[in-house]
Design a protein around this ligand. Structure first.
Ligand code: UDP
Length: 371
């Protein structure tokens, strides 16, 4: 008999398990997959830490969360600066003076601000109601057309006019020459990969892999006082209030016999025609690699393709639009009468969480639980 059965060995589950163990609880972690780490899982290929489920760059403004993760890993000094490729034209991301200079030949912040204002005015937007209007009011029509529209419609499979504005607000807009994608005090990637970091979190915790909770929930429930469920919430409730939409991602990973494919960790393909959204070159997430190939003569790249989730696919992103928000709300209400089960993480809470926010949420919940 366990105090807690934790379903899912991703970040929420691992933090919860770590804290429960520290509080003297008996914990069992299970995961459907054959590995821990959830979507932050990394594996070594050709001496390179490969992010199997897509790029994960840790960034946070919370000193508490930063100190917390630093107990389990040493972080390198990686700074995310993706490049946008629009039909072969390269632009700096996030939107900053390098981007504006390349787009409009403007030189000063004043000229850039005036250009954005002029395009915003022409589009007649006062109060942005959706992602398209939000994007134009932040950076103008040219940048919207070349760097946002195609990418976003590939990524989400919906027109920008039907997507919530908050998604584009994840990206900073700056009138400075600063290519750092994140406005975060702390940023980096665990040296040796995320898997090792999660292993450290789960040290001394019993783990069973390849186990599907939903396939035999009665038997699993009988094992523990409480369940921490981090899988899709609609599946937990047998889709009784409707199915939630997710975006799934497929990766085509290749080992290339060259030291340097694209010279950057992430290149976003922002046109509509290129079928993938981005290509990541994993070695550039690791600090100190040599582009001349004296360090590693090979490289590993992953092309990322987005699609609507269907049964059998891996869910990655919740689609936080109005329709799905209402469905989720129905499930959230059901959880209120469920005192044996705690729901957490991107799938359990149907929330577009970054890693630091997941950790924050798990810590808050454990504090409530164990204090
Ligand atoms: N986005 C875009 N062009 C880009 C990169 C991002 O239009 O080159 C938009 C797109 O709508 C995306 C959102 O900004 O879904 C958030 O991007 P972020 O990099 O935060 O997404 P993630 O890395 O979580 O997939």
């Amino acid at each position: 008999m366990y105090d807690y059965l934790i379903v899912g060995a991703g970040l929420y589950g691992a933090v919860f398990a770590h804290e429960a163990k520290r509080a003297g609880k008996k914990v069992l972690v299970i995961d459907r997959r054959d590995h821990i780490g959830g979507n932050v899982y990394t594996e070594e290929i050709e001496g390179i830490q490969v992010h199997r489920y897509g790029a994960h760059i840790f960034h946070t403004n919370s000193t508490e969360v930063w100190k917390y993760v630093c107990q389990f890993a040493t972080f390198n000094r990686f700074t995310n600066s993706p490049v946008a490729n629009y039909h072969g034209e390269l632009y700096s991301l996030p939107f900053n003076m390098y981007t504006f200079n390349r787009m409009w030949n403007v030189v000063t912040p004043q000229e850039a601000a005036a250009k954005i204002e002029e395009q915003k005015k022409e589009a007649g937007i006062t109060e942005p109601k959706n992602l398209e209007e939000q994007a134009i009011s932040l950076v103008g029509t040219d940048i919207y057309e070349k760097l946002i529209k195609g990418y976003t419609e590939k990524q989400w499979g919906r027109p920008c006019t039907e997507l919530p504005a908050f998604i584009i607000k994840r990206l900073p807009v700056r009138l400075t020459f600063d290519n750092n994608y994140f406005n975060a005090l702390y940023q980096g990637i665990p040296v040796g990969g995320y898997t090792r970091m999660v292993e450290h979190m789960l040290e001394g915790v019993e783990i069973r892999l390849g186990e599907d909770y939903l396939a035999d929930r009665e038997a699993w429930n009988a094992l523990a006082e409480k369940i921490v469920y981090t899988g899709p919430i609609d599946a937990f409730y047998h889709y009784s209030a409707g199915t939630l939409a997710y975006r799934s991602v497929r990766f085509e990973t290749e080992v290339l016999d060259m030291p340097n494919f694209q010279g950057n960790a992430a290149v976003n393909y922002t046109d509509r025609e290129t079928p993938w959204t981005r290509i990541i070159e994993h070695k550039w997430f690791e600090f100190g690699r040599d582009s001349g190939g004296r360090d590693l003569p090979k490289t590993v790249i992953s092309r990322e393709y987005s699609s609507e989730w269907k049964p059998g696919d891996e869910p990655y992103y919740p689609v936080n639009d109005e329709k799905n928000g209402a469905v989720y709300e129905a499930y959230r209400r059901m959880t209120l009468s469920q005192d044996k089960v705690i729901f957490g993480g991107r799938l359990g809470e149907y929330k577009y969480y970054d890693m630091d926010r997941v950790i924050e949420a798990a810590l808050a919940r454990t504090r409530q639980e164990f204090n």
